[in-house]
Every structure is written in structure tokens, then in C-alpha cells.
Design a protein around this ligand. Structure first.
Ligand code: HEC
Ligand code: HEC
Length: 314
């Protein structure tokens, strides 16, 4: 029996040596790896020990013990108790598997993506703290870089929308986009929970008492797209749109967005929610998805607001 223990320990060490030579350097100080190795050592030791014990028994044992009551044509079986070692290791694998599932690898595993996300989060936090107070000019400069990296691929380096592939950001709307909103509504999260309903019949001209007509839609769309010039369009706007968008089109808090000028609020809303409209779909750049931080959003929004102002001032 003593020999068996010694030999089994020796064989275990040889096997462990082989395993270590392959994976020893990746075990490092990772607790889960170390515990797994420990479990492997115990299982290996037990397996080798038990294996040797039985080999030994086959070689030396005489038939002994108590026969079971059943026998088949005189061939019977000895009564075998469940080996304690086996029962203990079986129970410990159950305990170990519970640990493994609930606090071991599957749920708390190291992941490269996780580490990357943690690092980006930490960096973004530092970035936000560093730029907590930032001047308008700095914002604009930062906005330009953000724009060139994230927005220019669709909106073009000059923000002109690349022949209609994306919105032209040097002006707020073209006529087709306004028309599209009047006919299809708008549900882009531009203003808290508000939506513009898709049913154009809901748009009543308070001056005539009628639902907005096709003719009026054309007129008011051109009016909005052209920067609120034209008396006929102004009439329709006052009758239909101003109740929500304000008499001058600059919007009302919690009611309807500014459709005259890009405001930082509007552009950040577009970045947070993405936008679907006449031209197509713009993906969101949510802070939660760590695509753009709040400061970066404010920066690029400032940049876009200034683009339009510059355009208008010549
Ligand atoms: C009942 C209130 C209401 C009325 C009336 C209304 N709107 Fe709106 N409008 C909204 C709201 C709210 C939104 C923002 C919806 C969203 O979050 O996408 C909006 C969005 C828009 C947008 C899109 C803004 C953007 O930046 O994408 C345009 C363009 C627009 N409205 C034009 C008009 C015009 C033109 C009229 C008049 C014919 C009009 N609206 C009448 C409430 C209204
Ligand atoms: C994958 C292409 C794509 C990218 C990248 C993109 N956009 Fe857009 N964007 C669009 C499209 C398409 C629209 C037009 C949606 C519509 O109204 O049909 C749009 C619309 C907009 C609008 C609304 C214009 C308006 O008048 O309502 C703003 C503001 C805007 N984008 C800003 C940005 C900024 C800032 C970035 C970079 C952080 C950006 N976009 C990146 C495709 C893109």
C-alpha cells in the first residue's frame, strides 16, 4: 500500500511536469487558473492512485468478501461498497461546478473586449474631466476633428452631404426633407418624448380651418428650406406650424424642435438617437455606446452650428 502511494505520487508529478511544460507560463497569477491547476493535481493524484490500487489488487488479491444474494447459474458478485474516495471526489466536482458556473469563468471571465471597454470608459472619464471647462473656440476646433473622423465619411469633408448621400449640414433642410416630415411625421427623439404625427390631416391651418393641402405643403416646405423667406409660406407656417415650432421656427422647449437653425441641443439629439428621414438613416453616436463623449458631441454640434452661421454670413 505504501508503495502504491509513492508510485502514484511519482507518476502524478511526471504528468504534472508534462502539463506545466506546456501551459506553465500562462497560468501566471490568475486565481481561476491556479484553482483549476489545483483541482487538476488532486484529480490526477486520485486517478493514478486508484488506478494503481486496482492494478495491484488484480495482481495480488484472492477472492474474498461477501457475495451478493443474487447469482446467475452460480456466478455471483461480491458486495462492493461505494469507495469513499470516489464519492468524495464526485461530490466535490458538484460543489466545484457550482462555484465554476456562479463565480468562476463563465460569468466573471476575463475578456479582452471587457478590458478594452473598461479602459475606454476610464479614458473617456479623464477626457471629460480634462475638458470640463472648454472655450467655444476650443470646442469648435475639437468639433472639426471629430467631424472629419466620424462624420465626413457620410457628410463629406465640406459637410455638404456628398450629393445627397447624407444631409447637407451647411443648411438645415432641403425642401424634400421638410415635405417628407410633413407627410411621414418625425419620430427621431429630437425633443424629449414628442413626435410629429405622420397624419398630415392632423395639421390644421387655423386660418382656414382645413387640413393642410398639397399646395400648402409645397409652399411651406420651400419656405422652411429657404430660411423662412416668402410671404405665402409665412402665412401657412403661421397657420399650421407655429403653434408648435414657434412663430419664428426656432422651436419651443418640450414641444417642437428648432427648424430654423441648428442648435447644439438639436444636433446632440440627432447624435444620441440617430435620424431617419427623406435621405435615409443616420446611425446614432450614443455616449452609452462610447462612440462620442458628451463633450465630443457638444464640440461637433458647435462646429455644425457655426458652419451654418458662417455660410449665412457669407
Ligand atoms: C403638434 C406640434 C407640431 C406641429 C403642428 C408641427 N410640428 Fe414639426 N415637429 C414637431 C415635433 C415634436 C417634432 C420633432 C419630432 C422628432 O423628435 O422627431 C417635429 C419635427 C419637425 C421637423 C424635423 C426636424 C428635424 O430636425 O429633423 C420638421 C422639418 C418639421 N417638424 C416641420 C414642420 C412644419 C413645416 C410644420 C407645419 C406644416 C410642422 N412641423 C408642424 C411638432 C410639430
Ligand atoms: C453612415 C452615414 C452617416 C454618418 C457617419 C453620419 N451621418 Fe449624419 N446623417 C446621415 C444621413 C443619411 C442623414 C439624413 C437623415 C435624413 O434626414 O434623412 C443625416 C443627418 C444628420 C443631421 C440632421 C440634419 C437635419 O437637418 O436634420 C445631423 C445634424 C447630422 N447628420 C450630423 C452628423 C454628425 C455630427 C455626424 C458625426 C458625428 C454624422 N452626422 C455622421 C448619415 C450619416
Amino acid at each position: 500500500m505504501k508503495n502504491i502511494v509513492v508510485v502514484s505520487i511519482l507518476i502524478s508529478f511526471v504528468l504534472l511536469g508534462i502539463i506545466f511544460s506546456y501551459v506553465g507560463d500562462i497560468i501566471g497569477d490568475d486565481l481561476v487558473n491556479i484553482l483549476s491547476m489545483l483541482a487538476a493535481i488532486i484529480i490526477l493524484g486520485l486517478t493514478v492512485g486508484v488506478g494503481l490500487k486496482y492494478v495491484n489488487q488484480m495482481k495480488n488479491d484472492k477472492a474474498s468478501g461477501q457475495l451478493a444474494d443474487e447469482n446467475w447459474d452460480g456466478i455471483g458478485e461480491f458486495k462492493n461498497e461505494l469507495p469513499v474516495g470516489w464519492a468524495v471526489s464526485f461530490l466535490s466536482t458538484i460543489v466545484w461546478s457550482i462555484w465554476y458556473w456562479f463565480s468562476g469563468y463563465p460569468l466573471w471571465a476575463y475578456s479582452q473586449i471587457g478590458e478594452y471597454n473598461e479602459e475606454v470608459k476610464a479614458y473617456n472619464k479623464k477626457f471629460e474631466e480634462k475638458h470640463a471647462s472648454i472655450s467655444d473656440d476650443e470646442l469648435k476646433a475639437m468639433g472639426q476633428s471629430v467631424f472629419l473622423v466620424n462624420c465626413a465619411p457620410c457628410h463629406g469633408v465640406g459637410a455638404d452631404g456628398m450629393d445627397g448621400k447624407a444631409a447637407n449640414l451647411t443648411k438645415q433642410f432641403d425642401s424634400a426633407s421638410v415635405k417628407y416630415v410633413i407627410k411621414n411625421g418625425s419620430n427621431n427623439g429630437l425633443i424629449a418624448e414628442g413626435v410629429m404625427m405622420p397624419d398630415r390631416n392632423g395639421l390644421i391651418n387655423i386660418n382656414t380651418g382645413n387640413a393642410i393641402s398639397d399646395e400648402e405643403i409645397n409652399v411651406v416646405s420651400d419656405y422652411v428650406a429657404n430660411g423662412f423667406v416668402g410671404s405665402k409660406g409665412a402665412e401657412v407656417f403661421a397657420g399650421v406650424c407655429s403653434a408648435c415650432h414657434g412663430t419664428d421656427g426656432t422651436g419651443m422647449p418640450m414641444v417642437a424642435p428648432n427648424i430654423k437653425n441648428f442648435s447644439v441641443d438639436l444636433v446632440t439629439a440627432v447624435l444620441q438617437h440617430g435620424k431617419t428621414g427623406a435621405i435615409g438613416k443616420m446611425p446614432s453616436f450614443k455616449t452609452e455606446d462610447m462612440r462620442l463623449t458628451a463633450t465630443q458631441q457638444k464640440a461637433v454640434a458647435t462646429y455644425i452650428t457655426k458652419l451654418k452661421e458662417e455660410q449665412e454670413n457669407g
